[in-house]
Design a protein around this ligand. Structure first.
Ligand code: MD3
Ligand code: FE
Length: 212
């Protein structure tokens, strides 16, 4: 069933190398959420602290060979969860399959991520504009998957002062960031109060990367 305003299935170029694949995660949304729950059972969501000393409003965990962390020392990837000393949980097969298919559709064949950061936003959480530059090779794209409450995402150019455009990211949307967009500044505006049937008042975002 499809309504006139439904954009699921569309592909939209946000900028050179940045492709928005509307609704591409809808067929596997429940499976992704079950996998997130399993990851969080082994490696609970936590609010990390930046080197500047601020606690992040977004709660995070990771799966895969590498996990992105921040503490008072630095931003970096680690093989172990510093909270437990154990390796991060394995990357669920459903994450790998979705990321590979989305990257291929956007023109990046053979994308095999080795790190997945899972962000959890509750009402009021935000992510201020930044670049993702802790990975070894910017030749690989990044695939992001949005689940739950709608968020307004903003992205600009490779300089902080470049103008930013806004785009609404909905449950099931997938974005592939590669080529000239790989080092674009981007962030997420303060999450408004809202509700989604599958996630309640939260938004989850998967960021699949080749870190090493
Ligand atoms: C554009 N996460 O975890 S995903 C992050 O919705 C992050 O939680 C946001 O930014 C979130 O680092 C945004 C979209 C995204 C991810 C990586 C990018 C956009 C990007 C890398 C380069 C350019
Ligand atoms: Fe980012």
């Amino acid at each position: 069933m499809q309504n006139l305003f439904d954009t699921d299935g569309e592909i939209e170029a946000l900028a050179p190398g940045a492709m928005l694949l509307r609704g591409r995660a809808l067929g596997v949304d429940a499976e992704l959420l079950v996998a997130i729950e399993a990851v969080a059972k082994a490696a609970p969501f936590r609010h990390m602290v930046t080197p500047g000393g601020f606690e992040m409003s977004v709660a995070m965990t990771n799966c895969g060979a590498g996990g992105w962390i921040t503490d008072r020392k630095a931003y970096r990837y680690t093989a172990e969860d510093p909270e437990s000393g154990k390796p991060w949980p394995a990357m669920p097969a459903a994450f790998l399959a979705l990321a590979g298919a989305a990257a291929a559709e956007a023109g990046f064949p053979n994308f095999v991520p080795d790190a997945c950061l899972i962000n959890r936003y509750e009402t009021g959480a935000r992510l201020s504009p930044h670049q993702d530059r802790d990975e070894a090779d910017y030749g690989h794209p990044i695939v992001s998957v949005s689940l739950g409450v709608l968020a307004t995402f903003q992205f600009g150019g490779s300089k902080r002062s470049d103008p930013m455009q806004k785009v609404a990211l909905r449950h099931g949307d997938v974005v592939v960031w590669g080529g000239p967009s790989r080092l674009a500044f981007h962030g997420v505006l303060t999450l408004k109060d809202g509700e989604h049937l599958l996630t309640g008042r939260r938004r989850f975002n998967l960021t699949l990367r080749k870190a090493f």
